[in-house]
Design a protein around this ligand. Structure first.
Ligand code: GLV
Length: 393
């Protein structure tokens, strides 16, 4: 045989990667224990030993979601796959979904629902503001949706959406509720069952402290009843929660091959959850809150302002720092930090682009030492950018 495309020379070089402090909105650095778990011997995706790991992972997910939902599992895919799955399973083509939009993630959900052929309505708030109970009730009255979509952790602005009472409110209007917690679950108090939520999903790579590529999700019995009464099959086999639930051992039946699960990522997630279990979820919540308050105090001392004014409404995971008026070149600050100190800091996203820098301390990264390090070097970066010509950064 003779190949037509030559051997790629780059692949004959060793894999060369910097070690970076991931202090942006995610992914966050996993712990060494999680990395080591990821490298453990591969098993088949239906081997009994792996099924046991999946069961242990499910127990850990029920703990972090604070739910007894049988259909609690992790989708092989990023948080976007979980967003697609939540909407696709609970809203049929032509059915109405009401999306609460106050940043990039609400907008993304609206786009995904439109692509899936749903009848999409939205209530919009400016970025940095949350949706009040009264506004949500008005939306339910006006639009009579089958499903409401809310973002708990709008990482594009740093706002945390209050949820207490919203689930019961939706149910009074005969509506299910989906909640996105990609940038918050594990980092702040969250109660899926007590708050009467029907579908909640998150990412592995933020407060849970695992690598990206696998996304925890949970469906309430009410949500599963809706799936069972669908007129048409879920359009994606891969994201069908009943199929996924069978593979993850959430139903009575013997596990069937649905897809080849991300075996190594499940090991990593299992070990990340084990570390949260050992620490205690309440302690994880406290640690994230203490860390971020230390950050806010340090930033305020430097004369900086947060994008979300009210501390009580800020995420304790991802913070948006307002770029001071007249600051010469905001992009040079993340560039400086990465080049000089291998620290990730990122700009705004969607509606906050050019207005803020975003910094996150999540999972294993959430510590006072990391904040101190960041504050010292961020200050240095701001001074450097203010005082030096652009060409030298
Ligand atoms: C990603 O989740 C981000 O907020 O940038």
């Amino acid at each position: 045989w003779r190949t037509k495309v030559p051997v790629p020379k780059q692949l004959l070089e060793p894999l060369d990667l910097p070690s970076v402090h991931l202090f942006g909105p995610g992914p966050a650095n996993p712990s060494l224990r999680t990395y080591n778990a990821h490298a453990m011997p591969l098993l088949g995706h239906l081997h009994p030993e792996f099924c046991k790991v999946m069961d242990e992972t499910k127990a850990g997910l029920k703990y972090v979601f604070q739910t007894n939902n049988a259909y609690t599992l992790a989708i092989t895919g990023s948080g976007h796959a979980a967003m697609e799955a939540a909407i696709m399973n609970l809203v049929e083509r032509g059915e109405r979904i009401l999306v609460c939009v106050n940043g990039l993630w609400g907008n993304r959900a609206r786009d995904i629902a439109e692509r899936q052929g749903c009848d999409v309505q939205a209530i919009e708030k400016p970025p940095g503001e949350y949706h009040t109970y009264g506004e949500i009730e008005q939306g339910l009255k006006d639009y009579k949706p089958s499903v409401l979509f809310l973002v708990h952790s709008e990482s594009s602005s740093g706002i945390c959406q209050p949820l207490d009472g919203i689930g019961a409110l939706c149910h009074r209007y005969n509506c299910l509720i989906i909640v996105d917690t990609v940038a918050s679950l594990g980092g702040t108090p969250f109660f899926t069952d007590d708050w009467d939520l029907d579908c909640v999903y998150t990412g592995s790579q933020k407060c849970l402290g695992a690598p990206p590529g696998i996304s925890p999700i949970t469906f309430s019995p009410r949500a599963i009843a809706k799936v069972n009464s669908r007129e048409f099959k879920v359009p994606s086999f891969y994201l069908d929660i009943k199929e996924l639930g069978n593979y993850w051992g959430c139903d009575e039946g013997p596990r069937r091959y649905q897809h080849t699960g991300a075996v190594s990522l499940v090991y990593a997630l299992r070990e990340s959850l084990a570390q949260i279990a050992e620490e205690g979820l309440e302690n994880s919540w406290k640690r994230h809150h203490n860390t971020i308050e230390h950050l806010w105090a340090g930033l305020e001392e430097m004369g900086l302002r947060m994008f979300v004014k009210d501390k009580a409404m800020r995420l304790p995971t991802v913070t948006s720092i307002r770029i001071p008026e007249g600051f010469p070149d905001w992009k040079a600050v993340p560039t400086y930090l990465m080049k000089k100190h291998k620290i990730e800091l990122v700009g705004g996203l969607g509606p906050t682009l050019g207005k803020v820098w975003r910094v996150g301390f999540m999972g294993h990264n959430s510590s006072l030492e990391n904040v101190d390090k960041f504050l010292r070097l961020f200050k240095e970066a701001l001074e450097a950018v203010k005082n030096r010509p652009k060409s030298q950064i």
